[in-house]
Design a protein around this ligand. Structure first.
Ligand code: GLY
Length: 299
């Protein structure tokens, strides 16, 4: 089977001065994880590791560097899915953790459940020995300044149909040597969201999906719109009937027309063909090509 890895780091009008940091973060995740996939790492381990690296990178809205909510706090959402079994783990509105995607995986593998939120998720994290950080450990000067800036704007809303807002959610999709597919997505949500707001990222079929019989997808963009059209599942279903790239494109068309929103998708079908599409000005994303070289794009 072909070994595949594709990664995204947000889709929006990324300011030009942030291009290089986005490219660098995506490239670092590709170059670190792909050699391990080639040596036999599972797709599930690969997407978790790739997303962990992006959660550690303060460039992105995931883990360190996440947006602040209306209370000036960081609440994180994440999901991981195993395409071989359809098992998934998800967390929503968790605080003070660098790697919510790894907590999601523990929920998948060590509990009877698939999704934990808020205090219940925190309690589980503590019980299994996850390191709890001080809130400042995830906070960047950039996001604190942005929070103060948008707080002064009486017209700022965390979601508008058809209005581009920052969206630096991260995600990864992989196929391993056994042909297994996996997907993972992690986010701090939208700037100045209501406390307790949960977007698409941890919602199965919206923020990510993986099924060895159709494909695997991770999304980024406007959560309220992406949830309306279950974007990841929509694209995976389309992969059964058309080329991977066309499935991604049609998924984004549906997001635009029916969801009235903006965003991006990356994916891999059962043949190992890559897919991507977005209707934002830019999307930070990259894949490993046939020559084992990292291809990184921001448009
Ligand atoms: N796509 C991330 C969010 O809306 O929360």
């Amino acid at each position: 089977m072909p070994i595949r890895l594709i990664i995204h780091g947000g889709a929006w009008s990324i300011p030009d001065e942030m291009d290089e940091a986005h490219r660098g973060g995506v490239r670092n995740a590709l170059m670190t994880v792909y050699p391990k996939l080639q040596k036999g790492m599972s797709a599930l381990d690969a997407v978790e590791l790739a997303v962990n690296l992006l959660e550690e990178d303060p460039t992105f809205d995931a883990g360190r560097g996440a947006f602040l909510n209306e209370k000036g706090e960081i609440e994180l959402d994440a999901i991981i899915i195993d395409g071989a079994t359809l098992s998934f783990g998800a967390v929503a509105a968790v605080q003070n953790l660098l790697h919510p995607v790894s907590l999601a995986r523990k929920i998948m593998e060590e509990t009877e459940h698939s999704m934990l939120v808020g205090q219940g998720a925190q309690a589980f994290a503590q019980r299994i020995g996850f390191e709890t950080l001080e809130p400042q450990a995830l906070l960047t000067d950039r996001e604190l300044a942005y929070y103060h800036q948008i707080n002064k704007d009486p017209d700022f809303k965390p979601h508008h149909p058809f209005e581009p807002l920052p969206s630096d959610t991260v995600g990864a999709v992989a196929m391993d040597h056994l042909g297994n597919l996996a997907a993972a997505t992690s986010t701090g949500g939208t700037p100045r969201k209501m406390a307790g707001r949960v977007g698409d990222s941890p919602i199965i079929g919206a923020g990510a999906y993986a099924d060895n019989e159709s494909g695997a997808v991770s999304t980024t963009g406007w959560g309220e719109a992406i949830m309306k059209v279950l974007l990841s599942k929509t694209v995976c279903d389309k992969m059964l009937h058309m080329k991977a790239h066309q499935a991604a494109k049609e998924g984004i068309d549906i997001l635009h027309k029916k969801g009235k929103g903006f965003g991006g998708v990356i994916g891999i079908n059962t043949l190992g063909d890559y897919a991507f599409a977005y209707n934002t000005e830019k999307m930070a994303w990259g894949w490993m090509d046939e020559n084992n070289e990292a291809q990184v794009r921001i448009r």
